[in-house]
Design a protein around this ligand. Structure first.
Ligand SMILES: Nc1nc2c(c(=O)[nH]1)N[C@H]1C(S)=C(S)[C@@H](COP(=O)(O)O)O[C@H]1N2
Ligand SMILES: [Mo]
Length: 381
């Protein structure tokens, strides 16, 4: 895998530049409407929940969430700096060194934006939120290959007082969000160089991105340029004004407007369009459930006012990745409502209403998925 990946490095960089020259798009990969939902920002594209063929999200439809245009980084001259008061000896790595000097690790992990389902959150409470207008598509699962962050920190010598590690992106906004040292040193916190067996695509962070298992997507900083190790808590826009919970239930901690979002909460989705149209015949209904750093324990579903029943979980269950589930249904013609409620191994369960917060984050309510069932003669009209 390594050899073929290195062979692709040149191609990845060239094609990125080529496309940028041809038009003014802010992202590089094609985002066809059959696979991705355009949120209208030119930067953010969701995965269509009904276009997820297997357990992993294929890279061609993996959602993109960027606060600024995809930067074009030349891996040949790029270096990753590890520095800050929390290291004894600052160090810089070249791209080649990252591939060769450290053990390569592959993990399958889900990345989800804290703002996923923001539109549905607005509908739930009868208002709209500012921010990217996400439906259900700001979530995806990939196999990430790279180097453990702790392996990169080691040679710099972490001080005994170090407490936070802050990756910084090379995009226009210099995206950065600190994570506690323990989380930074976890087995599955990676500096990823590849995604689904291919060199990391430009939009997903080429040449290197962080993958922080179970945390809000914003922690998985793309286009890494610098990693700061600190001996004190760092305040940056993303943990004081942007990715914080603001509202009556969430006390502000100055200078932060509210508690910073860390691990994600338990959620689920049905792999059908919204609203869905089905034929009145026996069929398998499939979906996903995700519980951040926890494991999914059960997934239950309910059709209209019927009983809650167990769906069958058909994939491995682990922290930091979604599960796939299914149940069979032979629907009768008419309008139906499908509800799914996932519960994690800590006893957290999807509520009927999500705690309101000004920026519309962490929507996790049981969704009332509208389904119309029509006979073949009327279907498709
Ligand atoms: N440098 C940088 N990293 C970033 C972002 C960004 O705008 N700049 N967006 C973050 C957010 S909010 C999310 S949800 C994830 C999305 O990752 P993806 O685009 O690969 O799906 O990247 C995170 N990493
Ligand atoms: Mo995000």
């Amino acid at each position: 895998m390594t050899t073929s990946m290195s062979a692709q490095i040149a191609t990845a960089a060239t094609s990125a530049t080529g496309r940028k020259d041809r038009n003014d798009r802010k992202v590089v990969k094609p985002t066809p409407a059959e696979l991705m939902e355009d949120t209208g920002t030119g930067l953010d594209y969701g995965t269509r929940p009904d276009r997820m063929p297997g357990y992993l999200t294929p890279t061609d439809r993996f959602y993109i969430r960027s606060h600024a245009p995809t930067p074009h980084v030349d891996a040949a001259t790029w270096t990753l700096h590890v520095e800050g008061q929390g290291v004894h000896k600052p160090i810089a790595y070249t791209y080649d060194e990252l591939w060769k000097r450290f053990p390569l690790v592959s993990v399958v992990r889900t990345i989800e934006c804290a703002g996923n389902r923001r539109v549905l959150f607005g509908e739930e409470i009868g208002r709209t939120f500012d921010g990217t207008q996400w439906g259900r598509g700001a979530i995806g699962t990939a196999e990430w290959t790279g180097v453990r962050l702790r392996d990169l920190l080691g040679p710099a010598g972490i001080t005994s007082g170090a407490c936070e590690v802050m990756p910084e992106g090379l995009d226009e906004i210099r995206a950065r969000l600190p994570v506690p040292l323990a989380k930074a040193c976890a087995d599955d916190t990676l500096v990823a160089l590849a995604m689904n067996g291919e060199v990391l695509p430009a939009d997903h962070g080429f040449p290197a991105r962080l993958v922080v298992s179970g945390w809000l997507g914003a922690a998985s900083i793309k286009w890494l340029g610098r990693i700061e190790v600190s001996e004190e808590h760092l305040y940056v826009p993303w943990n004081t004004v942007d990715y914080v919970l603001i509202g009556p239930n969430f006390p502000a901690h100055k200078p932060a407007r509210g508690p910073a979002i860390t691990a994600l909460t338990v959620t689920s989705m049905v792999e059908l369009p919204w609203p869905a149209k089905l034929l009145p015949e026996p069929q398998m209904i499939r979906g996903r459930a995700f519980a951040g750093e926890n494991r999914i324990a059960t997934v239950r579903y309910r059709i209209d006012d019927g009983p809650w029943q167990d769906a069958l979980i058909t994939s491995p269950v682990a922290p930091g990745v979604w599960v796939r589930w299914q149940f069979s249904w032979n629907p009768v013609p008419g309008e139906h409502t499908l509800r799914v409620r996932a519960t994690d191994d800590q006893g957290n369960t999807q509520p009927d209403v999500s705690p309101w917060n000004e920026l519309g984050y962490l929507h996790q309510s049981v969704l009332a998925h509208p389904v119309r069932v029509e006979s073949r003669a009327r279907h498709g009209r």
